[in-house]
Design a protein around this ligand. Structure first.
Ligand code: GLV
Ligand code: MN
Ligand code: MN
Length: 419
């Protein structure tokens, strides 16, 4: 394949993506697995890859890949990229920044006449946020064989449509999802660039950072069942109101996380609640809520969740309600490969000096892959630290610095003597 010299400006590319999935109701962007916005993002991925002369494919798990393998590039690829889906009403950078920067870096290397000793492969991992089917990093977890295919096929979205049906409608054979050993083996390493989430780089006056670890984290669905009734006609003393239990659970999440931290950096959040039937003049019959819990180590997370659930059960007993809890996902603590982080740090040193090493509380496909191949992450400074919100941001200068950093790292990781 011949190299092209198409330049990609990451800031301009992000602006091009801005209309896709813009959420007029919630603000921000909503792009979920194979919905219209996600399909438009995927079409952009294909167009951009083609403009660079990369070979594009969608794997059996709905992940997209674009490979630059000029003459002399042999062996497993150096992979980079991120995801193009979002949380509901999310920010512009969580995900797209890593994909856009990857293409911009490849374009820069091509223009510079770089001759990679390994193929460079850009990834768009499917459903990283898990917003549609509840399970984060769906594409990378399937690829890595960390999710049961039957379970994934049977997952349903908020409208009751199965994941199998969504995949099929999107041109993915649901029977084929699952561990892809050949694709895993064809990656020498994975380097993901991502907007920083949390505010660690700004006080250090650093435009980029290198990840060290990810907190252990997971999601639990709590279903509280009570007795639906009339808001005006039902005596307070005779109610079995699941909303009271839900409120106690929300407070328990904050209280138990506070009691656990520090030094465990425990945090627990209820950010999603469904009230059935959801009438303002009706006592609910059922409330579903989701606990997102994170902590330094796996056992800390499990202990935190057990305490919150015990509080929920106590509240349910007091209200004459019942509670069931289902674990939707669990992601063990991740330590990124220190040797790869050192190589990335060395590659960045000429342009960036000593790049800070920082931990994160956010989950990533790089975290999933870390159990299978060397992985590293680059973070681009986020001035306010805000993410999973329309207010997420990074300066144009820092976005361009991120591309500079990724380009330098990919150049070093694919130079002849890096093999
Ligand atoms: C993904 O960004 C997560 O940490 O939930
Ligand atoms: Mn995210
Ligand atoms: Mn992300």
């Amino acid at each position: 394949m011949t190299a092209t010299t198409t330049a990609i400006d990451a800031v301009a590319a992000l602006a091009e993506l801005a209309p896709i999935g813009a959420d007029g109701t919630r603000g921000g962007w909503s792009r979920h697995l194979l919905d219209e916005a996600d399909r438009d993002m995927r079409a952009w991925f294909e167009r951009t890859a083609s403009s660079l002369g990369l070979a594009v494919e969608t794997d059996a798990n709905a992940n997209q890949w674009a490979t630059w393998a000029p003459d002399g590039a042999t062996g497993p690829a150096v992979a980079t990229g991120s995801h193009l889906d979002s949380v509901p009403g999310g920010g512009p950078l969580d995900g797209p920044l890593g994909v856009v920067s990857a293409f911009a870096a490849v374009a820069r290397l091509q223009a510079d006449g770089h001759a990679p000793a390994r193929p460079i492969r850009v990834a768009n991992f499917a459903e990283e946020e898990g917003a549609r089917f509840g399970v984060p990093c769906l594409g990378s977890q399937l690829l890595a064989g960390e999710l049961g295919s039957d379970r994934v096929r049977a997952l349903t979205d908020a409208t009751g449509v199965t994941c199998a049906a969504v995949l099929e409608a999107g041109g993915i054979d649901p029977a084929g999802i699952g561990r892809d050993a050949a694709r895993l083996a064809d990656m020498a390493l994975y380097l993901e660039l991502h907007v920083e989430q949390g505010r660690q780089l700004a006080p250090l006056d650093a435009p980029v950072g290198i990840a060290t670890s990810i907190l252990a984290h997971g999601r639990w669905r709590v279903t509280v069942t009570g007795r639906g009734d009339h808001a005006g006609a039902t005596e307070l003393a005779s109610r079995h109101d699941p909303m009271m239990v839900a409120a106690a659970t929300v407070r328990a999440a904050r209280g138990r996380a506070l009691a656990a931290a520090p030094p465990t950096r425990s945090r627990a959040t209820v950010g999603k609640l469904q009230v059935i039937p959801g009438g303002s003049n009706a006592i609910a019959s059922e409330v579903r809520l989701w606990i997102d819990a994170r902590a330094e180590h796996d056992a800390d997370v499990r202990d935190l969740v057990a305490r919150i659930v015990a509080d929920a059960e106590a509240a349910a007993r007091a209200e004459g309600c019942s509670v069931t809890v289902a674990e939707e996902s669990f992601s063990a603590r991740v330590e990124f490969d220190p040797a790869l982080a050192d190589r990335v740090g060395d590659a960045l040193a000429p342009g960036f000096g000593a790049v800070p090493r920082i931990p994160t509380g956010a989950g990533h496909d790089a975290g999933v892959l870390a159990a299978h191949l060397p992985t590293a992450m680059l973070f681009v400074r986020n001035p306010d630290g805000v993410s999973h919100s329309p207010h997420e941001g990074a300066s144009e200068a820092d976005i361009r610095a991120g591309v500079d950093a990724l380009t330098a790292a990919l150049r070093a990781l694919t130079s002849g003597d890096a093999r």
